[in-house]
Design a protein around this ligand. Structure first.
Ligand SMILES: CC(C)(COP(=O)(O)OP(=O)(O)OC[C@H]1O[C@@H](n2cnc3c(N)ncnc32)[C@H](O)[C@@H]1OP(=O)(O)O)[C@@H](O)C(=O)NCCC(=O)NCCS
Length: 434
């Protein structure tokens, strides 16, 4: 879907106009307008001023997004927006399927214009526009966990900051391999040859999001070289016995200034489409010479490598919220996944924005597929849309939400039925930040 053609949300436009601000879209092919928007976006994240190379990169890879800004014509440099947001639609993997999601990024408000409702106008504008366009879900990754709950988002995946002491870990050999092989590839070859395996891996991982060209090219060091980061990225690819790429890791070595034998491997990106590729890549990383530590900060909280090393205490895992989801259309979202157990539940959903409000009957058939309809029946469980969005992929237990008063159980046993139904066969995970 080309989100750039959708009209601006009237409610947000009027709210901003009432504060003397102008809400509008940026044409990605207008380099001056894009440069001014980039300046605001970088400033909002305390980054340095974008140089011409960064603006060109943006215009080549991101201009297809819906790029929105807010301008204050009364400031000395009215060309530069005082607030930014960008969005695009991609496939969010669910247990057993996928759902189109309205991805939101680059949410900034200039510190000179903060806390007067500008972000609220932007976020609610995005959500109403997405809902009006028939997109069932919105999603984002966040700078602060305190901002988005009020807009109906809930954290639906965890990410782990994983650190493994390599000398202590010890590799437990896997039973058998597929006789594949590892080789270094250039960032360009990785960019061109590994996208297919990354898409396959994402499709099988609930919570992962279809990677766009911009993030993909940056993660493997093919572009985004403003800080010369890609010069230190090494990329290793795993091909199966038939020569098909099945795994890739992009990493950097960080030296210990006082001891050359104690490098840390910082993994920027690792993805495997098969278990053999996964095992081969992790074994490679944990057995590197002149290395004492491997660190990966977008790991799963439930990484299989923890069960492939002899000493689990060689690994430190610190988890944090990662992929925040916001259900806009309850029926479409709940029908876009399969379920772990058959049965029926009636859910009463509260949504301050109104798009998800209602009582819904979820009926799961023996094959795990679901049908959802609105009903006048009394709900078995009541919760707000942020809690339903957090529970959507099966990353949390409904009983925990009952204890935390995030969910009210009105029929005995309904929370444990929800748990059995929402359970995911794979641990939900998002493999990158956007
Ligand atoms: C976060 C940010 C976008 C908020 O913009 P803003 O225009 O000041 O926000 P608003 O005035 O519209 O606030 C809307 C609501 O969010 C709350 N809020 C805003 N920023 C918040 C924060 N950092 N932490 C907690 N709550 C916050 C406000 O209190 C307000 O709450 P209420 O309406 O429920 O009373 C802005 O401070 C910013 O650009 N921060 C730096 C970049 C960043 O972190 N962006 C988010 C990327 S994920």
């Amino acid at each position: 879907m080309d989100t750039r053609r959708l009209p601006l949300d009237r409610i947000s436009s009027d709210a901003l106009a009432a504060s003397g601000l102008r809400y509008g879209l940026v044409d990605g092919s207008d380099r001056d307008a894009l440069a001014a928007w980039d300046e605001a976006d970088s400033r909002g994240f305390h980054d340095r001023r974008p140089d011409p190379e960064a603006i060109t990169e943006h215009s080549q890879h991101v201009a297809h997004r819906r790029i929105t800004g807010v301008w204050d014509d009364g400031i000395p440099d009215p060309h530069v927006p005082v607030a930014t947001v960008a969005s695009w639609v991609g496939a969010l993997s669910t247990p057993g399927g996928s759902v189109p999601s309205w991805a939101i990024s680059s949410v900034t408000v200039a510190p000179t214009h903060r806390r007067r409702g500008v972000a609220r106008a932007l976020l609610e504008g995005e959500l109403r526009t997405a809902a009006a366009a028939g997109i069932p879900m919105a999603s984002l990754t966040v700078s602060e966990a305190t901002i988005y709950g009020r807009f109906g988002f809930g954290p639906a995946t965890l990410s782990a900051d994983l650190s493994v002491e390599t000398k202590r870990a010890g590799w437990v050999p896997a039973a058998s391999g597929d006789n594949g092989r590892l080789a270094f590839v250039s960032p360009q070859i990785a960019y061109e040859s590994c996208r297919g395996l990354v898409d396959r891996a994402a499709a099988g991982t609930p919570g992962d999001f279809e990677i766009d060209d911009y993030h993909w090219g940056r993660l493997v060091g093919h572009f985004g070289d403003r800080d010369k980061r890609s010069a230190s990225i090494r990329v290793v690819r795993y091909d199966d016995a038939a020569g098909e790429p099945q795994g890739v890791v992009a990493y950097r070595m960080v030296a210990d200034k006082t001891d050359f034998t104690k490098h840390t491997v910082e993994i920027d990106y690792i993805r495997a489409a098969t278990d053999d590729a996964y095992a081969a890549l992790w074994k490679y990383l944990l057995e590197l010479d002149l290395v004492t530590n491997v660190r990966y900060d977008v790991a799963s909280a439930d990484e299989p490598v923890l069960w492939m090393i002899r000493d689990q205490r060689a690994a430190r895992v610190a988890t944090s919220d990662h992929h925040w989801l916001r259900i806009l259309d309850v029926k479409a979202a709940l029908e876009a996944r399969t379920y772990g157990a058959p049965g029926a539940l009636t859910l009463g959903i509260d949504d301050r924005l109104g798009t998800a409000t209602g009582v819904y009957r979820l009926e799961v058939a023996a094959d795990g597929s679901a049908e959802v309809s609105t009903t006048d029946d009394a709900p078995d469980l009541t919760l707000d849309v942020a809690s339903l969005s957090a529970l959507y992929l099966g990353a949390w237990r409904a009983s925990t939400f009952v204890h935390a008063a995030r969910l009210v159980e009105r029929t005995d046993g309904a929370a444990s039925r929800l748990d059995a139904m929402f359970r995911s066969p794979e641990t939900p995970l998002l493999s990158f930040w956007y």
